[in-house]
Design a binder for this molecule. Structure first.
Ligand code: HEC
Length: 193
């Protein structure tokens, strides 16, 4: 702080403001200049930010910014078309390597609700032949992709790559009839694969 500032501070501080509330009087104690400049700076930044110009945004406005982000996200996570090939999934069920990848994914993302052995916890038992949303591989794929949001089953299309969903579905399908101990009671209708 310069000496000029210091001196200003002293003389300003000494100035008693006229008014008196409940017998209390105040000194005129203004904010220091560096503070006021910072404050003005934030207002200036807010205006620049609002108008989305120059280095702060892409210059096209915040809505365009947001839509750009959405597009980038959608490209990275394509929504399922439902056009998954049952034959491809069934081949993956038989493929040890794909099943193994699926198992790793299952352990990472699904066990918290479906249990380590898929016997069911918050989510249903995935090893029995009763299915709420259909038990064909393509049905399982659709359920995993879209989730059942109102029941607490997340939509994995937004979190996993399509290939990863296929792998985890292949793993789930391979667990049919694995009979884990203490399974959750069957939910849904029995399906013959
Ligand atoms: C936050 C908890 C949660 C997680 C994590 C979760 N699920 Fe689920 N899942 C559920 C619930 C709850 C249901 C039952 C939905 C219903 O009642 O309609 C369900 C249902 C399912 C179904 C349909 C079962 C049927 O009977 O039709 C499949 C298949 C499934 N989950 C697979 C998975 C896979 C694979 C993962 C991991 C990638 C996973 N879930 C992760 C909660 C979860």
């Amino acid at each position: 702080m310069s000496t000029q500032d210091d001196k200003d501070q002293v003389t300003r501080q000494d100035r008693l403001i006229e008014h008196s509330y409940d017998g209390i009087q105040e000194y005129d104690n203004p904010m220091p200049r560096w503070w006021l400049l910072t404050f003005a700076g934030t207002i200036l930044f807010a205006v620049i930010y609002l108008l989305n110009v120059g280095p702060v945004g892409n210059g096209k406005g915040r809505i365009a910014d947001y839509e750009d982000d959405l597009k980038t996200f959608a490209n990275a996570h394509p929504t399922p078309t439902g056009a998954v090939s049952a034959n491809k999934l069934l081949a993956m069920v038989k493929d040890r390597k794909e099943r193994h990848e699926g198992e790793e994914l299952f352990k990472k993302y699904c066990v918290s609700c479906h249990r380590m052995d898929a016997g069911g916890l918050i989510g249903p038992n995935l090893t029995d032949n009763a299915w709420i949303h259909g038990g064909q591989v393509t049905d399982i794929y659709t359920t995993v992709m879209n989730g059942v949001l109102e029941k607490g089953m997340p939509a994995w299309s937004t979190m996993l790559e399509t290939e990863e969903v296929e792998q985890v579905v292949a793993y789930v399908a391979s667990l049919q009839g694995s009979n884990p101990a203490n399974p959750k009671a069957p939910q849904g209708t029995p399906v013959t694969p």
